[in-house]
Ligand binder design. Structure first.
Ligand SMILES: [Fe+2]
Length: 493
């Protein structure tokens, strides 16, 4: 594994300091122009998935800029990935977008928005167990093999698959420490990694490490276990407290341990730059190719200001880390043959089925509040049950009712009729998770929400069905129009 990784990593250029951006939010060309006016010239842009035509358009507009790809919708943590729509159509689309950008890598969160027939609006981390790490490694090898095969067809260099450690949104489940999980993944597949500093802070916060140690000692311990030699890219993004209900605990009640979660539109707390310093000084960080601020949904003025501070403070050390890495990079002991990457099943059918059952139980626990005690490997990964309850009772309903469009704004007339009939929107949250459903052709949370809401109205308030159907059609038409001519408006987590 190691020699194949080294060969692939050695083929990548060093890109230095950059930005991870969305095509539309904010407008990528306006952003590049504003940076240029401030005499800031990012070493690269990592572009979040949109449509393939949008990727071609960005490539044409920024001919001299190295562009890399932040994928979405590839559920490599899930047992059925290779046979799912995500593993077939999703992977083919990602390969087309890699080619359109001429990207050196394919980055994806090691997390999912769909599991065991249930859909979520934002990412859930994998179950942190050995079985799950092995499943992820097998699926990442499958993904890399597909990327290689497409690249051969297109006559281009294959992109390297990077797996990003996801954030914890109040909780994580499993019996295996997170850095150990990623070590097990990298021992079984030749992928690179993305280490996100804000995500790392959420691990400190929501595994309960904050009770025992300082951030500094936590980071030192974590990095010593984490496969730092596989880290190709580092991300830094904002953190913010999620809007909480008036009756819940707020940061004012816990000033030393804010309930921050990953929030790309929010400012970057000073603490994360301190953590970044510590990460950049780690001796096993020898494959680093880029460090990007993730800035989708952030105001351009804030991006320019933060990026200026970031390069002033870190550009020299990033260059030094990359130079040291290049000097130390050794040729692999034997030549890895990328063109014939063999994907061997690492799990038996029984193990795969067992993991699928665990993901069903995982959904059940996080959506219903069923007791995790007695679920064996599914226990909380540190942290407190109150924090899991916070996810279930505040974050999850908000995700379904507001994320990607507030239902009351999307369906004003229908919501009025539901209110008259005394049907509360909270019931929609229960209906959403009431049963598993067949996988969608293409995961799109906005369209999924429209379909599910119409179904909910059909079952709970027949008098409002006509209104729901009319409003749904209007939304679908507007969405289709908005997606032309160059791409769709994507929401990212
Ligand atoms: Fe990230």
């Amino acid at each position: 594994m190691e020699s194949e990784f080294i060969q692939r990593a050695n083929a990548l250029s060093t890109l230095g300091a950059g930005l991870s951006v969305d095509v539309y939010s904010p407008d990528v060309l306006e952003l590049v122009q504003a940076l240029g006016e401030a005499e800031r010239h990012p070493g690269y842009l990592e572009v979040f998935k949109a449509t393939t035509s949008a990727m071609r358009w960005v490539r044409r507009q920024l001919p001299g800029m190295p562009l890399t790809y932040h994928g979405e919708g590839l559920w490599t943590t899930q047992p059925n990935f290779p046979r799912s729509n995500s593993g077939r159509h999703g992977v083919a689309e990602a390969c087309a977008q890699l080619a359109a950008l001429r990207s050196a890598w394919l980055n994806h969160e090691c997390a999912t928005k769909q599991m065991a027939g249930y859909a979520f609006g934002t990412y859930l981390p994998p179950i942190y167990t050995e079985l799950s790490a092995t499943m992820t490694a097998e699926n990442v090898s499958f993904l890399q093999a597909r990327v290689d095969a497409h690249a051969r067809q297109d006559g281009i260099d294959p992109a390297l698959v990077l797996v990003e450690m996801p954030p914890l949104t109040y909780f994580g489940c499993g019996a295996l420490a997170i850095p150990r999980f990623f070590r097990q993944v990298t021992e079984q597949t030749a992928c690179g990694l993305v280490l996100d500093i804000g995500h790392l802070w959420t691990v400190y916060r929501y595994t309960g490490a904050w009770r025992r140690q300082t951030v500094e000692s936590f980071v030192a311990e974590f990095l010593d276990e984490f496969p730092m030699e596989r880290v190709i890219e580092i991300h830094v993004a904002g953190l913010a407290e999620f809007p909480t209900r008036p009756d819940s605990v707020t940061a004012a009640d816990a000033p030393d341990r804010p309930y921050w979660i990953d929030a790309h539109g929010a400012p970057i707390p000073a603490l994360l730059f301190e953590m970044l310093s510590q990460v950049l000084a780690h001796p096993r960080l020898r494959s680093l190719k880029g460090v990007a601020l993730e800035v989708d949904t952030k105001p351009i003025a804030t991006i320019v200001e933060e990026y200026g501070r970031f390069v002033t403070r870190f550009e020299a050390s990033i260059t030094e880390v990359q130079r040291n890495g290049e000097a130390a990079s050794l040729a692999p002991s034997h030549s890895a043959n990328n063109s014939a990457l063999e994907v061997r099943p690492l799990l038996t059918a029984d193990e795969r089925a067992a993991l699928q059952g665990q993901y069903q139980a995982y959904v059940h626990c996080v959506t219903t509040g069923a007791d995790l005690a007695g679920m064996g490997d599914l226990s909380l990964l540190g942290g407190s049950c109150d924090d899991l309850t916070r996810y279930r009772t505040t974050y999850l309903p908000h995700e379904l009712l507001h994320w990607g469009g507030a239902l009351r704004d999307m369906f004003p007339k229908t919501c009025g009729l539901l209110a008259e009939a005394r049907v509360s929107l909270e019931q929609f949250v229960f209906a959403w998770f009431s049963r598993p459903r067949p996988e969608q052709d293409d995961y799109d949370f906005f369209l999924l929400k429209i379909d599910r809401f119409v179904e909910f109205v059909e079952q709970s308030c027949p008098a409002a069905v006509q209104s729901a159907n009319e409003e749904a059609q209007g939304l679908r038409d507007a969405y289709r129009t908005a997606n032309e001519p160059i791409g769709s408006v994507g929401e990212r987590a």
